[in-house]
Design a protein around this ligand. Structure first.
Ligand code: LMR
Length: 400
């Protein structure tokens, strides 16, 4: 009965790892998926995560019962506090409905399905380019993905004018997806002044912001600074959706731990919204997993562990920033044609190199460098050992 099923293509990001795993070369380097690696090229389990896990194991009162449909209540509270700030008026006024979800993707999907069921407008405006999964997630959720200009290849920076024009032309009430910080794949973020203009534009046209926050703390090394854009919108008292992920900033990739928060106008509305979110979640996966959320709650609840986390997070962010400088220096030293200053200007996990599909294919074929075909490289996969190989590959790709 399944004989007519056709072979599906690999995922444009996760498929890079599949290809990398098949390559027998000892020289191979995976700069595809956004996953942090140490200077030794190894995946990192944060020390603070190990400590939290140890304390969970040692706690005799721990159980493995089902969580409620909305997840671990303490985790939800602490997650909202982390992104919106402890003194957020929305939290103090109990206007936030937060549910634990399967990392950022699950939060986007649950939020998308809620909107498709309960919001009057289906169009969701997504930046071009964006994380490849965004349009698929929202389409499957029942929304209509539309696009707005974001990145200007000629400046390798923000196309602010294009963004303003497109959002001004969007039908009133449309949903707008915003990357809270460290835009994926470009590493290009609006300035604080531009964020304020974006806020005014959205609010004046009743556009509904849906934030994706996958990199809080990873862009600048400061959790508060990386939440600036979101807090600007919460401060004006308006509504928004927030998808939060702990994959990168706590290194909990495979634990699939994240949260969806919906900021409402009143506590009464937030209660009703939460009741409807339960109706989205229950037939999808019943209730979320316990372990990852328990790790996060253990860390966020303890002032000592929280502090340790911020130190480890800053170290990861700083290592990525230093890799940017080293790669830029290496290309300068080689005299590689072109302006590569965007490598040090962009922030977060990725550099959007400007290399085209053919150049990427060349680098994979000749240098065993694996990256997404749009020219994005995960800076977190670089280290002093593989960096010269990447610089050689880029140099050869642009000069041959
Ligand atoms: C990425 O963009 O590489 C990450 O967000 C991982 C993923 O799931 O695509």
């Amino acid at each position: 009965v399944f004989a007519n099923v056709v072979q599906a293509p690999e995922d444009p990001i996760l498929g890079v790892t599949v290809a990398y795993n098949k390559d027998p070369s000892p020289l191979k380097v995976n700069l595809g998926v956004g996953a942090y690696r140490t200077e030794e090229g190894k995946p990192l389990v944060l020390n603070v995560v190990k400590k939290a896990e140890q304390s969970l194991i040692n706690d005799p009162s721990r159980f493995k019962e089902y969580l409620p449909i909305t997840g671990l209540a303490e985790f939800n509270k602490l997650s909202a506090k982390l992104i919106f700030g402890a003194d957020s008026p929305a939290i103090q006024e109990n206007r936030v409905a937060t549910v634990q979800c399967l990392s950022g993707t699950g939060s986007l999907r649950v939020g998308g399905e809620f909107l498709a069921k309960h919001y009057h407008e289906r169009s969701i405006y997504i930046p071009v380019p964006t994380w490849g999964n965004h349009p698929k997630v929202f389409m499957m959720a029942g929304l209509k993905p539309m696009s707005y200009r974001y990145y200007d290849p000629s400046t390798r920076g923000l196309d602010f004018q294009g963004l303003v024009e497109d959002l001004n032309a969007a039908p009133e009430g449309s949903i707008v997806l915003l990357h809270a910080c460290a835009h994926n794949p470009t590493g290009v973020d609006p300035t604080p002044e531009q964020w304020e203009q974006i806020r005014q534009l959205l609010r004046s046209r009743s556009l509904l912001p849906f934030f994706d926050s996958a990199y809080q703390g990873f862009a600048s090394g400061s959790l508060d600074k990386d939440a600036h854009s979101v807090r600007l919108f919460v401060a004006d008292g308006g509504e928004l959706l927030m998808a939060q992920s702990y994959a990168k900033n706590m290194g909990l990739y495979g634990e699939r731990v994240g949260a969806l928060s919906i900021v409402c106008k009143s506590a009464d509305v937030a209660g009703k919204v939460e009741s409807q979110l339960k109706l989205v979640i229950r037939p999808m996966y019943s209730n979320p997993p316990l372990h990852g959320a328990s790790i996060v709650a253990t860390i966020l609840r303890s002032p000592e562990l929280y502090h340790e986390w911020t130190v480890e997070l800053k170290a990861m962010a700083d290592r990525i920033i230093s890799m940017r400088q080293e790669l830029f220096n290496a290309l300068q030293a080689k005299g590689t044609p072109g302006d590569w200053s965007h490598i040090i200007k962009q922030i977060g996990m990725f550099t959007f190199t400007g290399l085209n599909k053919e150049q990427v294919a060349f680098m994979t074929r000749e240098y065993h460098i694996y990256m997404t075909s749009d020219g994005r490289i995960s800076m977190a996969g670089l280290n002093s050992k593989n960096l010269p190989q990447l610089a050689d590959a880029i140099h050869a790709a642009v000069t041959t």
